[in-house]
Write a protein that binds this ligand. Structure first.
Ligand code: FES
Length: 328
């Protein structure tokens, strides 16, 4: 298309009612496809069962403090990428075949983790996730056929099927990235709240007005926080649940923990530690104080406090500055 025509087309698309045909807009159309809902609903009981099983927290990544699915997919993608590279070199059939098989085996935990995660996402996430799973399922079948062809000594066919599988897994990966980045399906919905919290003390009202052991919502500047009073001790956490943004101030309190009303993630009030998923990141906890007149104030957590709640393997790798004692 000549540049002037291309520019006219782009301008009319931007000015007109139709969105320009950018890649992101094409993928966004998937989010609206109600025709996918029947299949999404059919897969839902399995996803719920996986997430609710004793392995659910492991599949979500609670013990890691990080979503497990994006870590687990590295193994099959890495193996299949390496196999594709070896397929272009002479005398590497056996190594390429082993990598194809490694990718097939490693895709099983990755699939289970992705399925468990999808149980607690919104409908538009689940529609894209369904196409993401179909694309990756196609890749898995193609790689299985590639492995069989290689086993029978038909290496040219095996390479061709591997290349087709690599294309399918690339499409699936792109859709997975859309869920994570464009739809924030794997991002923390609380992390940004820390940056917007007031750095200085912000008064949120008298201690006497906070009900004992009940979550209430207050605003710390522009950021909603959930506040729980236990005697003269006051806990304050970001109200938006790190998992998908559920309102923690509508959650339940028990045994020093708060449970999110949306999908049941359980956070320790004292330090925000995740005790049950699907959330994986600790919930941001604010500093609190009660002054002599009984007024409660909150402030953004210190960088050092946030770092101290990370596993020691992570904090040891961080620069010393981040672990320095709290300032005035
Ligand atoms: S929004 Fe999902 S557990 Fe809170």
């Amino acid at each position: 298309m000549p540049p002037a025509t291309s520019r006219r087309w782009f301008d009319s698309a931007v000015r007109g009612s139709r969105a320009p045909m950018r890649l992101g807009n094409i993928i966004r159309r998937l989010e609206q496809q109600r025709r996918l809902d029947r299949i999404v609903d059919a897969a839902r009981p399995l996803a719920d069962r996986l997430s609710g099983s004793r392995w659910g927290d492991v599949l979500h990544g609670v013990q890691l403090g990080h979503p497990a699915h994006p870590l687990l997919v590295q193994v099959p993608i890495g193996a299949w990428t390496s196999a594709a590279a070896l397929d272009m070199l002479p005398n590497t059939q056996r190594s390429a075949h082993r990598l194809v098989d490694l990718g097939i085996a490693a895709s099983v935990p990755a699939v289970l983790a992705g399925l468990a995660d999808s149980a607690h996402q919104h409908r538009h996430h689940q529609r894209v996730a369904l196409v993401h799973a179909a694309s990756n399922g196609t890749a898995l079948l193609l790689y299985a056929a590639s492995s069989v062809a290689r086993w029978r000594g038909r290496h040219t066919l095996g390479r061709g099927l591997g290349l087709a599988g690599f294309t399918a897994v690339g499409m699936g990966g792109m859709l997975g990235a859309h869920i994570s980045y464009a739809l924030a399906g794997g991002a923390s919905h609380a992390a940004h709240a820390v940056d917007r919290m007031p750095a200085d003390w912000w008064e949120i009202g008298p201690l006497a007005e906070l009900p004992e052991g009940q979550p209430v919502r207050r605003d710390a500047g522009p950021v909603p926080v959930v506040v729980v009073r236990e005697g003269r001790e006051v806990h304050a956490l970001a109200d938006s649940c790190g998992h998908m943004g559920g309102p923690l101030s509508e959650g339940a309190i028990a045994n020093g923990c708060i449970t999110c009303p949306w999908h049941g993630s359980r956070f320790r009030l004292r330090d925000g530690t995740v005790l049950n998923g699907p959330a994986t990141a600790p919930q941001p906890v604010l500093r609190t104080r009660v002054d002599g007149s009984g007024t409660v104030a909150v402030a953004r957590p210190d960088e050092a406090e946030v770092v101290e709640r990370l596993p020691s393997a992570v904090t040891d790798a961080l620069p010393h500055r981040a672990r320095s004692p709290r300032g005035p």
